[in-house]
Design a protein around this ligand. Structure first.
Ligand SMILES: Cc1ncc(COP(=O)(O)O)c(C=O)c1O
Length: 445
């Protein structure tokens, strides 16, 4: 194994020969990759899952298997974190990879970060593109879903009076993005409600279609709605909108690496996701898919040279940025693939069903999320009648050190619960007991 010591020794050797250490190493090929960094270890996790041929739903119930995943994280078990949808902790292997790249970057960033590590990003692009199911030339690596979505939301030329269409359950920052265009350019933002839960894909498509006018220029839709975990029929909406020549920007912030799908299931032209949510990549990582033929007509968020007009990399022209978090996406992808997308989805659904079905037996408790297959996965929204979402959140935190998210939307008031693959059943039992007690106290009082 090439080590840091060997690297330093070769630097010293080059210096002794009187040549420029950097020039010598660069031409000798010693720095053509990151081979002198310690390799990423996927401790035990891959071992436990390798060769497991059971159907995902069966593997999802095997507590021994998931114990190994639970131990791959460095989370503080003094809390029960049931808000993994907000931002996820990364497993130790991802943290280690990130730290290694960061340490190396700091040796001489103009060289180690720009010349050695930055080119390695192309390998990550290929790995991500393969996992998502697209060509690498259609995959941009960004800082988060907000950046990817704003590239699309701000990257189309629009005239005053042009309409952009979305639901009233889309993400606040993405609404703010369109609202700024309303103030700045006089475009029109149209929003409409969706059923909660939405168990009829045709009805969802109908609601989008009935809002279309001859001024509609863009549609923004979620793949998974963050406040309920609802999965929407992306492919059907994209097909419908294509008939009118209207581009659909898909907000997949919560969807990618959460439940199993690839681009072929969606056939969309624009898809954005954060990677620090369900892929468990470092904080500040995201991706943007743009269909190849659509790249030239979409402006980047930060200016790029004309020579990059038809290059997906124009969306990555953001000035100086850290490389370590981008490269550690590779370790997160290896971890994700080691578990397997289908098994991960099945486990997340199992965890959701575990707490949700127990709580549904209580009087005064209801869900704002469908438990029917295909309409949601690991995230669900639960309400206790007569209790404000903030009261539930405060009670869980103050009395039990349990973290959930309040949802104040009038159509789905409740708390959002999002366990992750590292969550134990014992932690969910504590959550169930705490919610039960609150619901019973409320009914008795
Ligand atoms: C639906 C949706 N879109 C976009 C975002 C923005 O993600 P980020 O903050 O990672 O950019 C979020 C974040 O929670 C989200 O839930």
């Amino acid at each position: 194994m090439t080590t840091r010591r060997r690297f330093l020794a070769s630097m010293a050797g080059a210096a002794a020969l009187g040549s420029s250490p950097l020039g010598s190493l660069a031409t000798s090929g010693a720095l053509s990759g990151t081979g002198f960094l310690e390799p990423t270890r996927i401790d035990g996790v891959l071992e436990a899952f390798r060769g497991d041929a059971r159907p995902p739903r069966e593997a999802a119930l095997d507590e021994e298997l998931w114990r190994q995943v639970q131990q791959a994280f460095t989370v503080d078990r003094g809390m029960v974190n049931l808000n993994n949808g907000g931002v996820s902790p990364a497993p130790a292997v991802v943290q280690e990879a990130m730290q290694r790249y960061l340490t190396f970057s700091n040796e001489a960033p103009v060289y180690t970060m720009w010349r050695v590590l930055e080119p390695q990003k192309e390998g990550i692009r290929q790995q991500l593109a393969r996992d998502f199911g697209c060509h690498p030339e259609e995959m941009a690596i960004t800082r988060n879903a907000s950046e990817s979505l704003q590239i699309c939301q701000l990257g189309f030329d629009l005239e005053p009076g042009d309409e952009v269409l979305t639901t009233d359950q889309d993400y606040p920052r993405m609404l703010t993005t369109f609202e700024q265009r309303v103030r700045r350019e006089g475009i029109v933002l149209k929003q409409f409600p969706l059923p909660v839960p939405a168990e009829d894909p045709a009805e969802v498509v109908r609601r989008f279609e009935e809002q279309i006018t001859d001024r509609t220029r863009l549609i923004l839709m979620c793949h998974m709605i963050n406040i309920t975990g609802q999965i929407l029929p992306v492919r059907e909406v994209v097909e419908m909108a294509r008939g009118y020549g209207i581009p659909v920007i898909v907000d997949g912030a919560h969807a990618y690496a959460h439940f199993a799908f690839t681009h072929a299931d969606l056939e969309c032209d624009y898809y954005a996701s954060s990677l620090h949510k369900w892929l468990f990549a470092p904080f500040g990582t995201g991706m943007l898919y743009v269909r190849r033929e659509r790249i030239p007509e979409l402006w980047p968020l930060m200016a790029s040279p004309e020579s990059l007009d038809d290059d997906i990399r124009k969306f990555e022209e953001i000035g100086t940025h850290p490389c370590a978090n981008y490269l550690a996406i590779g370790a997160a992808l290896a971890f994700h693939q080691g578990i397997g997308a289908e098994r991960k989805e099945a486990r997340l659904v199992h965890l959701r069903d575990y707490w949700a079905r127990a709580l549904l037996e209580e009087d005064g408790v209801h869900l704002n999320t469908s438990l029917a297959p295909g309409f949601a996965a690991g995230i669900a929204n639960v309400a206790i009648e007569g209790m404000e979402p903030s009261e539930i959140v405060d009670g869980l935190w103050r009395n039990h050190r349990i973290i959930v998210t309040p949802i104040g939307h009038p159509d789905c008031r409740g708390v959002r619960v999002s366990p992750s693959v590292y969550t134990t059943l014992e932690e969910l039992d504590r959550f169930i007991d705490a919610m039960r007690t609150m619901a019973r106290d409320r009914t008795a009082g």
